[in-house]
Design a protein around this ligand. Sequence first.
Ligand SMILES: *Cc1c(COP(=O)(O)O)cnc(C)c1O
Length: 362
Amino acid sequence: MKRINQSEPLIEKEEKRAVMEYLNSGGWLTEYRRTQEFERMIANQVGSKYASAVTNGTLSLAVALLVIGLERDAEVIVPDYTMISSANSIILAGAKPVLVDISRDDLCLDLDKTEAAITSKTKAIMYVSINGRCSKMEDLLTLVRRHNLLLIEDASQSFGSKYKGKSLGTFGVLGCFSFSPPKIVTTGQGGAVVTDDEELYHKILLMKDYGRPKSGVDYYETVGYNFKFTDLQAVIGIEQMKKIGWRIHRKKEMFKIYHDLLQGTPQIEFVETDLNDCTPWFIDILVEKGREKLISFLNTVGIDSRPFYPAIHTQPPYASAKGDFENSEYISKRGLWLPSSLSLPDEDMRFVCQKIKEFFKN
Ligand SMILES: *Cc1c(COP(=O)(O)O)cnc(C)c1O
């Protein structure tokens, strides 16, 4: 039986050819000119002045937090529903994550609860635009200004997504992206930090290269680490960036196909999605009842699906977190990701939807 993966990377002939050409060119694999080219493409795509590629998305968040300079007991607000990386990166940067509930309409931070969680130690908000959605950017920016906080965007799931025409990742002082295999552009591992702030950009360059201002010269201005990217990955990223228009278009088209085919299935709900701005990275649905049964039924007919992330406060490292997490609990128990690969043909999407309908009929 043929299996349909929930997610798999799309690597085409252009990427393969570029890797071979690069290897034949005698490149040193590590970060150099190809990475710079990839970074320029990222900055152009999102409309930021600077982009710096780093090892992965988790580290892009950690680097962002490290360069803004957090005191030991600084608190950073982060949603209780997101990939665990968002919260863990705050700990990696030496600060304290404060989990806050999400709102049901866009699955992003609930701004009233966010405001209530602000203390004298709160330094930043890490806003995660889940699946390319964000419906309250203006209110968020007002709140951030009112409390004199820094906004760091975890836009890992939002490459290609916008708010009123402006790219997500460019509203915060720093915006972070991931290029892991399920993401819309993937280099295996990879991430990027974007900013318009020259000073922060220079701090990132030092931070990712052991603290030295010049590669190959052993003078270290600050304590830095090694969060660098590689040219070997950059050549793959560059080829995908050349096709980013199609990749974005296809994700939107896929969402629309699923959305239209699953109309009239009352057991399933879609999160409101404006495809002008939003490029859904995964096809996400909410299943009111019987999600686990649906997952196993789909599995028996060769379809992989994946439940949403658990609410972070339910995981062992965050068990002591306190608060009202009503919506993140509600969403993580009902959310389901359907097959979402860019390589998925329309007929497979029709098959998935047909099987979902079949399940709910019985
Ligand atoms: C993918 C993702 C990350 C982590 O990125 P990695 O590249 O896997 O480290 C962080 N936050 C969110 C919201 C993500 O979806």
